[in-house]
Design a protein around this ligand. Structure first.
Ligand code: SER
Length: 320
């Protein structure tokens, strides 16, 4: 059997980030060259229909080796992970999936001589002892969620594979991601997506974080641009081989509600904080991303209001 050369593998392609990143990569590299992979078939028609899909459980390395008999991958995006809130419900499994999954992908990439690997980290690598404002690239971390601990350990291992084996792994510490195409699952920042859906469906939203909980956030088009820009940067410009701080905006539930009220003055919000409040309180309020700006020219496009305008416009179109 002839192998398909120069393929790109996206693991976790059905997730909030994966479902958008896969389509973006297909635009750049051609539909047939970007292989979407996940533990389940995509519900999203555009993802299912626009290119190849493979079932991959990252905890089963044979799934990856089986793919290698049909594709020669030049890049892998490994996005499959359990997020912060879900992770706290089953910490041992979150650790196993997030860490063993990463090892399986890094080892597969080495074995297959994959040119570049992308792996996302998060603001969750920081903890209650980190500076909360303008959190620097290098500072006290001490994450206290299993998700954050797995992301910090993952960063160390990515850097290790780069230094020790020369594997070109690249990573970003995403803030909360907001997009209209797919829902997030099991994160602490998910409220900032739900709120737009509920504003249109019900005109009211009950928030699981308190009104003044400020967190770093980013609109999906900026997250896609950052990921692709980082992967396109010449290797020598990628000086941070753990993971880059990345920022766009920070806001509170009260502020996003006010931003929605510019369009829907009758929209109301109530607050009923749950266990996710404690996680949010351990994270930074704003992030210093000067290393990303200097090294490979990062520059976000969206702020809170321009994001709200775009989110509501698209959601209204989808709902009609
Ligand atoms: N958005 C993620 C979460 O809330 C953090 O990376 O878990």
């Amino acid at each position: 059997m002839t192998k398909q050369k120069n393929a790109i593998l996206v693991i976790g392609a059905c997730g909030q980030l994966g479902s958008e990143l896969t389509l973006e990569l297909r635009k750049i590299y051609g539909d047939a060259n970007v292989v979407a992979a996940d533990i389940q078939y995509p519900k999203q028609a555009d993802l299912r229909e626009s290119g190849p899909f493979e079932i991959v459980d990252v905890l089963t390395p044979q799934h990856l080796t089986e793919l290698a008999s049909r594709y020669k991958f030049k890049q892998i995006y490994h996005l499959a992970a359990i997020l912060s809130a879900t992770g706290e419900k089953n910490p041992k499994f979150a650790w196993r999936l997030n860490m063993d999954g990463l090892f399986n992908v890094l080892d597969f990439a080495l074995e297959q001589k994959v040119e570049k690997v992308y792996w996302p980290s998060s603001i969750a690598v920081f903890g209650p002892n980190s500076p909360r404002q303008n959190t620097p690239q290098d500072t006290i971390m001490d994450p206290n969620t299993v998700y954050g601990i797995s992301k910090q350990a993952g960063e160390r291992w990515c850097e290790y594979y780069f230094n020790k084996y020369g594997l070109d792994v690249r990573s970003l510490r995403y803030p909360g991601l907001i997009g209209y195409k797919a829902l997030p699952g099991g994160g602490t920042t998910d409220y900032a997506v739900d709120i737009y859906h509920q504003a249109l469906a019900l005109g009211t939203y009950k928030c699981f974080l308190s009104e003044n909980t400020r967190l770093p956030m980013m609109y999906m088009p900026d997250a896609l641009k950052a990921t692709i820009d980082l992967m396109h940067a010449p290797a020598e410009q990628v000086k941070v081989r753990s993971s880059y701080n990345l920022a766009a905006m920070s806001f509170t539930p009260q502020e996003i509600a006010a931003s929605i009220q510019r369009h829907y003055p009758d929209f109301t919000i109530t607050y009923d904080p749950d266990s996710r409040q404690q996680i949010a309180d351990s994270w930074p309020q704003s992030i210093n991303d000067s290393a990303a700006r200097q090294d490979w020219g990062w520059n976000p496009q969206y702020d809170l209001h321009t994001m709200t305008d775009d989110m509501l416009r698209h959601l209204k179109r989808i709902n009609n």
